[in-house]
Design a protein around this ligand. Structure first.
Ligand code: SF4
Length: 407
């Protein structure tokens, strides 16, 4: 045999060996876990529809999903068997931090296992009693030059249009904004924010977020987007939303058609676990992608949810199938009440290092730590440089093989 072919075959075999464990994990997850979950969530959906006297049309209507959010322990107990201690704990925590989940998201939960990642992202836990950390570790309150605005960079800024969300995620980094009631910013404040952008000629990129801006009715959202689009120096508009994950019914053809008029427009969402990549969620993403909107995902590393290299790989590869580019992985911030989700930077870097070489570059987002006091994003990479000076650099490959480049 041609020695080059022989070497290539040997290398191909070696590479196959590298991915075998992951393929076993993926197979088990997709063929057993995901299939089982799909059957269970369909059953939950039927039970929820029966309880609320709803039909398929209601279920697919985001207004219905929002009106019927589950936010009381007595209602939750009709579906999930809670112990007395859990009931007491949820009542206690909800006095401090709001909680609510759409019937759709509840249907994805495991009614028997409160440690299932989907449950943990939506339902209060006793660990939220921990008061360490800060409510505003990014110092957003000090980067607020006009109503609704957060500005941390020279040429881009955020407009926060509402404190409302379809679900109040337990790991939320902005829980200080998620008040007692759903609050859409006044038209006056939003107008002042847009005026600020109009008068700041250096701003080329505006991110509309919240809360979740997709909680606004289409007409109001369009008024905001269209007024920003009229500003000549704003080149791109971005929207940050978790509704494709928590209430995909919100992504209606009408909404996608409206957004399509304001290109270049980008949407970033937040899938944190492959169990969130349901058929409905993927359809919502496809609808946005069909409207020409580039989609990105901003996962947050969360202990017990996705601090696992195979879970992250599975999620990111699934996102690409849904036409969503994994964009950022955020290191969890020191937000009060979320300590139980925190992981170390070392653990995050180990997962990032694994991804390189084991999946396509498209499935590898940037790992980001947000600096305290509004000082911006810090990208982190595993340490690939072993030694470097003016004459050479010694680098380390994804397989930990050292190579040297001499100048
Ligand atoms: S959707 Fe976003 S802003 Fe709203 S609770 Fe979840 S993480 Fe926080």
């Amino acid at each position: 045999m041609d020695p080059n072919r022989e070497k290539s075959l040997h290398r191909a075999e070696e590479l196959r060996g590298e991915i075998e464990d992951y393929l076993r994990f993926k197979d088990e997850f997709l063929r057993e876990t995901a299939e089982k979950r799909d059957i269970i969530s369909k059953k939950h959906k039927q039970e929820l529809m029966e309880y609320f006297g709803a039909d398929e049309e209601n279920w697919n209507d985001w207004h219905w999903q929002l009106c019927n959010r589950i936010s009381s322990v007595s209602l939750l107990a009709k579906f999930i068997r809670l112990t007395d201690a859990q009931t007491k704990m949820i009542k206690e925590i909800s006095k401090k931090y709001r909680w609510a989940a759409t019937p759709y998201y509840l249907s994805l939960m495991d009614y028997e296992d409160m440690d299932y990642p989907i449950n943990k992202m939506a339902l209060p836990s006793a660990q939220e009693r921990d008061t360490s950390g800060e409510l505003d570790p990014m110092g957003e309150e000090h980067t607020n030059p006009a109503p609704c605005i957060t500005r941390r960079y020279p040429n881009r800024l955020i407009i926060n249009v509402t404190s409302s969300c379809a679900m109040f995620c337990r790991h939320c980094q902005r829980r200080r904004l998620i008040g007692e009631a759903d609050r859409i910013e006044s038209e006056e404040n939003i107008a002042a924010a847009i005026d600020y952008v109009r008068n700041a000629g250096e701003i080329r990129d505006v991110l509309i977020t919240g809360g979740d801006p997709m909680m606004l009715p289409d007409e109001l959202l369009e008024r905001i987007i269209s007024r920003i689009r009229e500003i000549p120096h704003v080149e791109i508009i971005r929207i940050g939303t978790r509704v494709p994950v928590t209430m995909p019914q919100r992504i209606t053809p009408g909404l996608a058609g409206m957004l399509k008029k304001y290109h270049p427009l980008f949407i970033n969402t937040q899938f944190n676990h492959p169990g969130e990549l349901t058929k409905e969620a993927m359809e919502a993403c496809n609808r946005l992608a069909d409207a020409g909107i580039p989609l990105g995902n901003q996962m947050v590393f969360l202990k017990g949810i996705n601090n696992d290299k195979y879970i992250v790989q599975l999620l990111n590869e699934g996102l690409l199938r849904a036409r969503v580019r994994p964009y950022y992985i955020f290191h969890p911030k020191q937000v009060t009440g979320t300590k139980h989700f925190q992981i170390s930077v070392e653990e995050g870097l180990r997962i990032m290092k694994y991804l390189r070489g084991h999946t396509s570059g498209l499935a590898i987002p940037q790992y980001i730590v947000n600096a305290p006091d509004g000082l911006g994003k810090i990208p982190l990479l595993p340490d690939y440089i072993k030694e470097s000076d003016e004459t050479h650099v010694r680098l380390c490959t994804w397989e930990d093989k050292e190579v040297e480049i001499i100048y």
